[in-house]
Design a binder for this molecule. Structure first.
Ligand code: B12
Ligand code: SF4
Ligand code: SF4
Length: 301
């Protein structure tokens, strides 16, 4: 079923009109071909995520029950993790940054638009994947559609970290910039669907959470340190509070310049669903012109 499911997701992303930028940006795709990996609901590593992500992080069974599904052994659950790589045109055109004024550097408009448009693609991919599984007689749901909640009290984290699940599903590892580096790079978005369909689990190539990053593997590179204009990345890693603040300023300015063309986004924060402000347009300057942008740089080492 894994091959059939992967082909179904690839075909949907290739054919949906949602995966098109506005004509002003060439009408080209937001995402190229997605990749999928399958994690097992009883992988013991999920227990560790209550420490490394935050105490509010759910195990697969907790997520399943939060989605109002019936009790079942965790071993019956599978998590389908999906990597959506940004299209090459966006990656190429995003190499140069835009300096609005001294100290305020923005990504190219094409990336801001892609980041704004991409959420609907991931949401619709989840809906289509859930229908695919239901039509085969299984149950399924997605954190993004049902229980996604950003917890800002204490350790700032989501109740379901898409990167951590992608790691469990063998799709990639973390890095100096914190980004998950997959076989199609770090300039990606992620989503996952949970199901009781007995899909074959994808083996992890490594249990080392940083294996794909040149800095952790070989003490070289550090290109992401140079690329973040706000000093959020150093040899000590990524300062997420500093990033959240800098990236907020970037989004505020980008959303003002693109306002009338943006789609509104909604998110549950500490249990309350509301419209996001500024409207999400992203930052990701640390993901362009780096060796891990579009590949796993350790794959050829
Ligand atoms: C909160 C959040 C943010 C915050 C905090 C980021 C962060 N590092 O946590 C802010 C606002 C700063 C942010 C910024 C961005 N974000 Co953001 N963000 C999220 C969100 C909603 C939750 C992340 C979370 O819970 N973090 C909790 C902390 C603990 O996780 P962490 O730092 O990644 O985890 C570290 C530890 O666990 C550690 N670790 C320690 N011991 C161990 C042991 C083991 C076994 C393992 C596995 C790990 C581990 O390794 C990790 C990395 O160092 C997710 C969506 C989601 N629901 O997952 C998107 C998400 C992480 N963001 C994403 C993106 C793309 C971005 C931006 C590029 C913005 C943009 N869209 O343009 C920047 C990039 C910043 C960066 N360099 O990481 C993508 C990730 C893509 C990728 N390649 O990784 C996600 C998954 C959204 C999505 N659905 O695609 N984000
Ligand atoms: S740019 Fe280099 S050091 Fe930074 S995350 Fe990518 S591989 Fe690691
Ligand atoms: S997302 Fe922006 S602010 Fe955050 S680390 Fe990357 S370049 Fe720096």
């Amino acid at each position: 079923m894994k091959t059939e499911l992967e082909q179904f997701i690839i075909d949907f992303v290739a054919s949906t009109k949602l995966n098109c930028l506005p004509e002003k940006y060439g009408g080209s795709p937001v995402f190229s071909t997605p990749k999928i990996g399958i994690a097992s609901g009883n992988d013991p590593i999920y227990e560790k995520f209550k420490e490394v992500v935050g105490s509010g992080h759910l195990t697969p069974l907790e997520l399943w029950l939060a989605c109002k599904q019936n009790e079942t052994p965790a071993s019956n659950l599978r998590i389908i993790s999906i990597v959506f790589p940004y299209d090459d045109k966006i990656r190429k055109e995003s190499k140069n940054t835009i300096e609005i004024r001294r100290g305020l550097i923005l990504p190219q408009e094409i990336y801001s638009m892609a980041r704004n448009y991409e959420k609907e693609i991931r949401q619709e991919t989840c809906r289509q994947t859930i229908n695919f599984l239901k039509n085969k007689g299984y149950r399924a749901d997605a954190s993004l559609l049902s229980v996604d909640n950003l917890i800002t009290k204490g350790a700032f984290h989501s109740n379901w970290s898409e990167r951590h699940t992608a790691f469990v599903a063998g799709l990639g590892t973390f890095s100096l910039s914190d980004a998950l580096i997959s076989d199609v790079g770090c300039n990606i978005r992620l989503v996952s669907v949970i199901t009781d369909a007995p899909i074959e689990v994808t083996p992890r190539k490594s249990d080392d959470p940083y294996a794909n990053c040149l800095f952790y593997a070989k003490r070289t590179c550090k290109k992401c340190v140079e690329r973040c204009p706000y000093g959020c990345i150093s040899e000590n890693g990524h300062d997420r509070m500093m990033c959240a603040a800098s990236y907020g300023r970037v989004e505020f300015r980008s959303s003002r310049r693109l306002e009338s063309t943006l789609k509104p986004h909604y998110r549950r924060v500490n249990g309350v669903l509301s419209q996001q402000f500024p409207t999400p347009t992203g930052c990701a300057l640390c993901q362009f012109e780096v060796p891990c942008m579009d590949k796993n740089p350790m794959a050829t080492e």
